[in-house]
Design a protein around this ligand. Structure first.
Ligand code: FAD
Length: 227
């Protein structure tokens, strides 16, 4: 994978090009071909002979190579009426952090917990309240992943900032990495509407309000108190 971070000037230029050439112009085969030519000389630290990205491109069926234009942002509005967003639809993270998919799945779990806990004939106020609780639970974790992903993207830059960041990171003691990793896996909402399973793994998960809420309703329903 090759990542090219755009700055404010080059991203504006790319946006304009997209506007002129059509919404999907940056995703199509022409854009992918241009990208291949620009990046095929990149050296790869694998194997005994000197390899480049070109070796990988040449060994890959062309239809499996794609170029994706990504934005990074966290939207303020996540719901309106009975419509609610999750995952990339409301927060787009830099792929350097490798946290976009897991963050989307955690959104889905939190939202499903709160929908499960709704009364069977919810009013529009009940629905708004559930969506608001969903956003309140998720936003701190999303923001943390968003900021971490931006930071990690700096380490990968092939410029002076990237080299300095990489050098500093290499010098960090192991315990700092362990604290960071612990923080990354601590947030794990689970499906409160299913029978609870034992916590596995060495890091205990944080309390998730949506899981707790769904779990309380689950037990109430198990005991016949279905509303
Ligand atoms: C290059 C790259 C590398 C990445 N690496 C990682 C990684 O290592 N780890 C990680 O956790 N995340 C990674 N991500 C991010 C991750 O892929 C996304 O965050 C995640 O897929 C978002 O899930 P989603 O369900 O919100 O959206 P999507 O996966 O985009 O799903 C949306 C779906 O909706 C469909 N759709 C769109 N419009 C319509 C329509 N009008 N009607 C019907 N269907 C529609 C789309 O076809 C798509 O299937 C990476 C992303 C990229 C681009």
């Amino acid at each position: 994978m090759v990542i090219h971070n755009l700055d404010s000037v080059s991203s504006k230029a790319a946006e304009q090009e997209r506007a002129w050439n059509g919404e999907n112009s940056e995703w199509g085969p022409v854009a992918a071909k241009a990208m291949i030519e620009q990046t095929r000389h990149y050296p790869l630290p694998i194997g005994t002979r000197k390899m480049t990205m070109g070796d990988i491109y040449d060994a890959t069926p062309k239809e499996l190579i794609s170029k994706v234009m990504l934005e990074e942002k966290v939207f303020e509005t996540w719901y309106s009426g009975r419509t609610v967003l999750l995952g990339d639809a409301c927060h787009k993270l830099n792929p350097s952090g490798a946290h976009g998919a897991v963050t989307s799945m955690h959104d889905a779990l939190a939202l499903a917990n709160l929908i499960y806990a709704l009364p069977s004939n919810p009013t529009s106020n009940d629905i708004t309240q559930a969506f608001s609780e969903y956003q309140t639970e998720r936003i701190p974790h999303v923001m943390e992943s968003f900021e971490n992903s931006q930071l990690l993207s700096k380490f990968m830059n092939r410029n002076i900032t990237g080299w300095v960041a990489f050098f500093l990171m290499k010098g960090l003691p192991g315990w700092v990495f362990r604290i960071t990793k612990r923080k990354m896996v601590q947030n794990r909402p689970t499906a409160g509407w299913l029978q609870e399973v034992d916590v596995r793994g060495t890091v205990a998960p944080d309390v998730s309000p949506s899981t707790e809420k769904a779990r309380a309703v689950f037990w109430e329903r198990q005991q016949g108190g279905f509303k």
